[in-house]
Design a protein around this ligand. Structure first.
Ligand code: HEM
Length: 393
């Protein structure tokens, strides 16, 4: 069995982003036994390649093909993130309307309500409260569960399994198979319920589309819910945590934000640039030779976009390693680019803004509990977060 992609032990962070980026915008390396990848670390190169017609997905490859059964792959991987047009276009179109800026803005009052309840929980916990556990995690999870239509009693199970599915390096293949199997079983159970008794949620709407013709197959529906749930669980958590951490680490920037709250949207963009939630995109594949930055990419090569160095490319942004919420244009590719550009970006941005605004308003003296240690980053290749963030109120 080859070492699956996500089971690469060291994180990119540990391998030294700066070192890699210094070697040039396109790096060839073998991340784990026998699987060579082209790692793109330059901003301009990433933008060009992510929009290039010969940079595509392949259903033949992926992080977990080696140990999942064919049936499990069908249920978890037939979603828009892993397919090419025309399937990509068809699948994305089915949910686009639910994620437009206008539709997402309508969720604002409810997101504020959820955040406020969670802040009450932090106040009750007192000094030493872990912001990840009590705030950054439950906020996006509750929001995505409500939007999709996952009943409250299943949220904890989703949380547990989704964490295993996304943090594959910390788990054995058996644990991964079990977790994804459990998620799929639960999704299928919920689809059956919503088919019988539709509610005003995304799951019911999609179940109706599946029954309405050949626009959405059973596998695609299960995979779509799997994708929305995991994308909605694991990324925005890091946006909120990394944002709080960056602001606490830079008191001058926090003071500026408190004095000039209109800077909030720019502050969220700067967090996405400076310490974004994902280290990499999922792999893409070169379909026909491409010449770029003096390199020739060959058909069949695996491309991975290293979003953290891409967003700190000194050729694109001045003083890239400085956290500066006053940048007029905090250009970044934290949400990807091209046809797979993040569908949930308006939702993630809104949640990030509400979270930072309400948290710092509620606790004017918020500061890090001095544990004397660097924050622990999650292991693995994909996510860029902080595992716990204890604070003093
Ligand atoms: C795609 C980042 C939140 C749903 C992506 C991609 C990135 C990304 C980089 C493209 C990956 C690639 O090209 O391989 C983020 C970040 C988030 C976030 C940084 C939080 C700050 C969300 C949320 C949702 C979501 C809340 C809601 C369900 C999706 C979907 C795709 C996607 C459905 C696939 C789009 C497609 O293939 O057309 N995201 N995401 N994301 N994201 Fe997000």
């Amino acid at each position: 069995m080859t070492q699956p992609f996500l089971q690469s032990k060291g994180t990119l962070r540990q391998q030294g982003f700066a070192e890699l980026a210094a070697q040039g915008p396109i790096n060839r390396l073998t991340l784990f036994t026998g699987v060579p990848v082209v790692l793109v670390t330059g901003y301009a190169e990433a933008r060009t390649l992510l929009a290039h017609p010969d940079v595509v997905r392949s259903l033949m490859e992926g992080p977990h093909r080696d140990f999942l059964t064919e049936e499990q792959v069908r249920w978890t991987d037939r979603h828009m993130l892993l397919v090419n047009p025309p399937d990509h276009t068809r699948l994305r179109k089915l949910v686009t309307a639910a994620f437009t800026r206008r539709r997402i803005d309508e969720l604002e009052p409810r997101i504020r309500e959820i955040a406020t309840e969670l802040l009450d929980g932090i106040a009750a916990a007192g000094d030493g409260a872990d912001l990840v556990e009590l705030f950054s995690y439950p906020l996006p999870v509750t929001v995505i569960c409500e939007l999709v239509g996952i009943p409250v009693e299943h949220r904890e199970s989703f949380r547990r399994w989704s964490s295993v599915a996304v943090n594959a390096p910390m788990h054995t293949p058996e644990e991964y198979i079990e977790a994804s199997g459990q998620i799929v079983a639960l999704i299928q159970e919920l689809i059956a319920v919503k088919t019988k008794e539709p509610a005003d949620d995304l799951l019911s709407a999609l179940a109706a589309v599946r029954d309405g013709g050949d626009r959405l197959s059973e596998d695609e529906l299960t995979s779509m819910i799997f994708l929305l749930m995991s994308a909605g669980h694991e990324t925005t958590v890091n946006l909120i945590t990394n944002g709080v951490h960056a602001l606490l680490e830079h008191p001058d920037q926090l003071a500026l934000l408190r004095a000039e709250p209109d800077r909030l949207p720019a502050a969220v963009e700067e967090v996405l640039r400076y310490d974004g939630p994902l280290q990499v995109t999922v792999p893409y594949f070169v379909q026909a030779p491409i010449e770029i930055a003096g390199e020739r990419l060959e058909a069949g090569e695996v491309l991975v976009f290293a979003l953290l160095p891409v967003n700190r490319d000194g050729r694109k942004v001045e003083r890239p390693d400085e956290f500066d919420i006053t940048r007029p244009d905090s250009a970044h590719l934290a949400f990807g680019h091209g046809i797979h550009h993040c569908l949930g970006a308006p939702l993630a941005r809104l949640e990030g803004r509400i979270a930072l605004e309400l948290l710092f308003d509620r606790f004017p003296n918020l500061r890090p509990a001095d544990t004397g240690e660097e924050p622990e980053r999650p292991p693995g290749f994909l996510l860029n977060g902080i595992r716990t963030l204890p604070v003093l109120l």
